[in-house]
Design a binder for this molecule. Structure first.
Ligand code: SAM
Length: 271
């Protein structure tokens, strides 16, 4: 049997890693800090540690504690070239639950016009820490909104209603159970421009080959994600087609041991 203390310790190890991950997981972010933010290479690691710890103190998401926010997976999403092409042609992309806004900086660095990018998050502190992380408070012109996407009475996000063509939503839906995910989907649909035909929601999150609830959160494979979007579609008078694929990632824990995580990369297109 595992003692209470050991369990607590294990929980902490699963959420927080002192050492930076292997280079392949952070090379894009490092490049961004060096060549977009202009931070000298020998200052990057202490800078990253400082901002990461400040962000983890705001809320202890494993994606912050375990440095996953530095994995700019979005650049490898099959739709990434489309995101760049469409935003360059005027489409508006919203990063939903953008946290420190790393995906938005990457998109801008790769040529997406800042005036066509938007972000929102529940916590303003993360958005502020994003300016500290990327040292671009005076130059990054992307508008950020703050609000609770699950609270219909929260007006913080209403300025985005009916203004968006593309929504990036990474590590977001998996925070919630089925019913909240349906409400979240309904909220995202309201952000799209009226009558838009090529609306797309895309991202990556924790997945599973066997969909179901786990500690209050519902995890998906492609089939369950399609059922979710069928329900969101029924409630919003829209129709959606999901394409998703699962992959496995090994995570080595400090102090020994490994966890294997299923990830699901997805795109949901208006049908
Ligand atoms: C696990 S982080 C993922 C952040 C980012 N998308 C990424 O891929 O690194 C989850 C984010 O969702 C935001 N969030 C959680 N609940 C929210 C809500 N109800 N409305 C808006 N944002 C929320 C958190 O503040 C946090 O920044």
């Amino acid at each position: 049997m595992v003692s209470g203390d050991t369990e607590l310790n294990l929980g902490r190890i699963r959420r927080y890693q002192h050492e930076l991950p292997e280079w392949e997981h952070i090379s894009k972010a490092w490049n961004l800090l060096e060549n977009y933010s202009g931070i000298p290479p020998d200052e990057i690691e202490p800078h990253l540690r400082k901002v990461r710890d400040q962000a983890f103190a705001v809320f202890n998401y494993p994606c912050l504690g375990r440095w996953r926010f530095l994995d700019l997976y979005i650049t490898t999403h099959p739709a990434y070239p489309e995101l760049l092409a469409r935003t360059k042609a005027g489409a508006v992309l919203l990063d939903a639950a953008c946290c420190v806004g790393q995906a938005l900086r990457q998109l801008a660095f790769d040529g997406a016009p800042q005036e066509n990018l938007r972000g929102f998050d529940l916590r303003r502190d993360f958005i502020e820490l994003g300016y500290d992380l990327f040292r671009d408070r005076d130059t990054f012109r992307v508008p950020f909104a703050t609000g609770d996407a699950l609270d219909p009475a929260d007006k913080g996000l209403s300025g985005l209603d009916g203004t968006v063509d593309i929504i990036h939503a990474a590590a977001f839906f998996h925070l919630f159970g089925w019913d909240e995910q349906v409400r979240l989907g309904e909220r995202l649909v309201r952000f799209f421009k009226e009558g838009i035909e090529n609306a797309v929601v895309l991202g990556r999150q924790v997945g599973t080959p066997e969909p179901g609830g786990e500690r209050g959160r519902y995890l998906h494979n492609e089939g369950s994600m399609q059922r979710l979007w069928d329900e969101i579609g029924e409630r919003t008078g829209t129709r959606w087609k999901v394409r998703a694929e699962l992959s496995e990632e090994k995570d080595t824990l400090e102090g020994g041991g490994e966890v294997v995580r299923s990830l699901i990369r997805y795109e949901v297109r208006k049908a």
